[in-house]
Design a protein around this ligand. Structure first.
Ligand code: SAH
Length: 187
């Protein structure tokens, strides 16, 4: 995993997804080295970079031009640009032009999560995975319901990471926001 501090970060662009959470997302995504990953809402590129280290090809999209720019900078910094195609625009429109893929990661949806999952499912290869990372209560429920609607069995994991901060008096455990990872495999 790439340490959080090794990402260029800017105000106004969320991410990168914290290292320990990226770890879980990669575990659930089961990325194959000859597969294609689609990252919806690439933000700072946290999941895009991790995917690029594991997959043959990554297609990443974000509706925020600043996020595309930042992801590009992070890819260049880590020498991962050649594997990644960056597309600026709203997920539903961009996904229309994308051919089939093996893994769908969704980190941002702006209210369109059910439609993004349905559209993605149509282009997902057999045995391919969908992994939704959710911080909002509402998107957790939407993700579970939509994956079930598509005939899949969602796996739901919620984690609250506490990270140790070394101080003079000892190691202070600082809690981070809970995050839910909802994943499913297409049969
Ligand atoms: N996983 C990223 C952080 C994602 S933050 C990382 O590790 O760095 C969520 C991102 O989703 C934001 O940058 C936001 O602009 C984008 N987003 C939200 N809704 C979107 C949509 N409908 N289409 C494309 N991008 C979207």
């Amino acid at each position: 995993m790439i340490p959080d501090d090794d990402f260029i970060q800017t105000q106004g662009v969320p991410g990168p997804t914290k290292e320990e959470v990226r770890c879980l997302v990669m575990c659930k995504a089961r990325i194959s080295h000859d597969g294609t990953v689609v990252d919806v809402g690439c933000g700072s590129g946290g999941l895009t970079l991790e995917s690029a280290r594991r997959a043959r090809k990554v297609i990443s999209m974000d509706k925020n031009p600043e996020a595309i720019k930042l992801t590009r900078e992070n890819l260049e910094k880590h020498g991962l640009s050649p594997k990644v195609q960056l597309m600026e625009g709203d997920a539903l429109q961009v996904l229309e032009g994308v051919e089939s893929f093996d893994t769908l990661l969704v980190g941002g949806s702006s209210g369109d999560l059910p439609l993004i999952i349905k559209q993605g499912y149509g282009k997902l290869s057999k045995n391919g995975s969908i992994v939704v990372t959710s911080i909002l209560l509402e998107t957790r429920v939407e993700a579970v319901n939509t994956l079930k609607e598509m005939g899949m069995t969602p796996d739901v994991v919620e984690v609250t990471i506490a990270k140790g901060k070394i101080t003079e008096r000892g190691t202070m455990m600082l809690g981070r926001n809970p995050i839910t990872i909802i994943s499913a495999v297409k049969k």
